[in-house]
Design a protein around this ligand. Structure first.
Ligand code: AMP
Length: 190
């Protein structure tokens, strides 16, 4: 089983790349952002709760997010591996994921980060907001808050994975194909 964490700031292209990688490596793609949005659309209790945080660009509390992620993993017992997109985003989530996988005699194989400059990404998100319909993509202040959340809570995870020798970074600027190639080079070397 290979389990990959796709890491990167909002707008770095995680979702786009995940679409290619999941097919290429036969992975189950779990995007916590997509799962929350699905719940919001279906007006579930989880969706209502998540929306209050997401609309502001804040992270949804760890307890809720971890529980949701674990139940999604458990829904896919036949999976040949997972591609985690947008999870973990805090140290507690990373530790919970490690413990959870260990309880299944599995582990994270590697973390691959898509790197890009903040200003390019903010412009990309504002552009995406014109068509995505996502409230958190349409307001520069909310976008900046998502970056602040990233810098404070998610960036420290790089050291967490570096300490385990599981951190890889690729340049996230280029064509979709170029970036898929860069990510594939890392995954093929694992
Ligand atoms: P994304 O689609 O990955 O950009 O996520 C959109 C929003 O969903 C984030 O700004 C958070 O509010 C929420 N979210 C997604 N994944 C997580 C996570 N792992 N932990 C906490 N909040 C999350």
């Amino acid at each position: 089983m290979i389990n990959i964490v796709l890491f990167g700031k909002p707008g770095a292209g995680k979702g786009t790349q995940a679409e290619f990688l999941k097919k290429k490596y036969n992975l189950t793609h779990l995007s916590t952002g997509d799962i929350f949005r699905f719940n919001i659309k279906n007006e579930t209790e989880l969706g209502k709760l998540a929306k209050t945080y997401m609309d502001k660009g804040d992270l949804v509390p760890d307890e809720v997010t971890i529980q949701m992620l674990q139940s999604e993993v458990d829904k896919n017992p036949q999976s040949e591996g997972f591609l985690f997109d947008g999870f973990p985003r805090t140290l507690s989530q990373a530790e919970a994921l490690d413990n959870f996988l260990e309880s299944k005699k599995e582990k994270i194989t590697a973390t691959v980060a898509l790197e890009a400059n903040d200003e390019i990404l903010v412009q990309r998100l504002l552009e995406r907001g014109k068509t995505s319909g996502r409230p958190d993509d349409q307001d520069e202040e909310k976008i900046r808050n998502r970056y602040q959340e990233y810098n404070e809570k998610t960036a420290p995870l790089m050291d967490y994975y570096k300490a385990q020798n599981k951190f890889h970074a690729v340049d996230g600027i280029g064509t979709i194909e170029e970036i898929t190639d860069r990510l594939s080079t890392v995954i093929d070397s694992l």
